[in-house]
Design a protein around this ligand. Structure first.
Ligand code: PLP
Length: 212
């Protein structure tokens, strides 16, 4: 099945309130353009260098999301064009994004990553750190925290995935308001469970572009 057919099928079955981020990491310009020509405009990348290179070469009306772990010394490369940073996992990083955004006279939208998985390798704030993080970042005028993001444990245990997504949804319900409105959770393997548990933004790579 071609990329465009997979993409169209996926979109057709998505509820209207769910935004699709097409995760194009490691994929070629040709593959991305096929999705673009099908109408997709939001793409996600997880490596700064690859993101910069693709943003320079590909159509300018693409909304690029940084979905990977971001190091503070690399923010400067993406700050002029990135439209949403998922996966922000520390106050230090938020401060640095704010500083760089200010230099470019931009306001950058960010999602706070919450650690919901049992794997230690996954990044994120703890559940009990979020309220304080929102208070501590109130004064930062060049970032806007617009939601939360989480990655479930990589497991076949559906109940566990469901519990993890549900716990993030409960936290989201506590903090959401007219600014904090995005709940980014769900990838190719678990996006249906994520949507059932309140996700309104999914990040899909292999189900559109094939295995990496
Ligand atoms: C790679 C990646 C995805 C997409 O994964 P697939 O399983 O290919 O859909 C989603 N979110 C993040 C943070 C990723 O790094």
């Amino acid at each position: 099945m071609s990329i465009s057919v997979k993409l169209e099928r996926l979109i057709k079955n998505l509820p209207k309130h769910v935004t699709l981020v097409a995760v194009s990491k490691t994929k070629s310009h040709t593959d991305i353009l096929e999705a673009y020509n099908t109408g997709q405009r939001i793409f996600g990348e997880n490596k700064v260098q690859e993101l910069v290179e693709k943003a320079e070469s590909l159509p300018k009306d693409i909304n690029w999301h940084m979905i990977g772990h971001l190091q503070s010394n690399k923010i400067k490369y993406i700050v002029s064009f990135v439209s949403l940073i998922h996966g922000v996992d520390s106050i230090k990083l938020l401060k640095e994004i704010n500083k760089r955004a200010k230099q470019k006279n931009r306001i950058i939208e960010c999602l706070l990553q919450i650690h919901i998985a049992t794997e230690r390798s996954k990044f994120g704030f703890g559940f009990d750190e979020i309220e304080q993080a929102l208070i501590d970042t109130k004064a930062l005028k060049n970032i806007r925290i617009v939601g939360l993001m989480g990655m479930a444990t990589f497991t076949n245990n559906i109940q566990q995935i469901e519990n993890e997504f549900h716990s993030l949804k409960l936290l989201f319900n506590q903090v959401k308001n007219n600014k904090i409105s995005i709940l980014s959770m769900g990838m190719s393997g678990d996006y249906k469970i994520a949507i059932d548990n309140g996700s309104n933004m999914i990040r899909i790579g292999s189900s559109i572009f094939g295995e990496r």
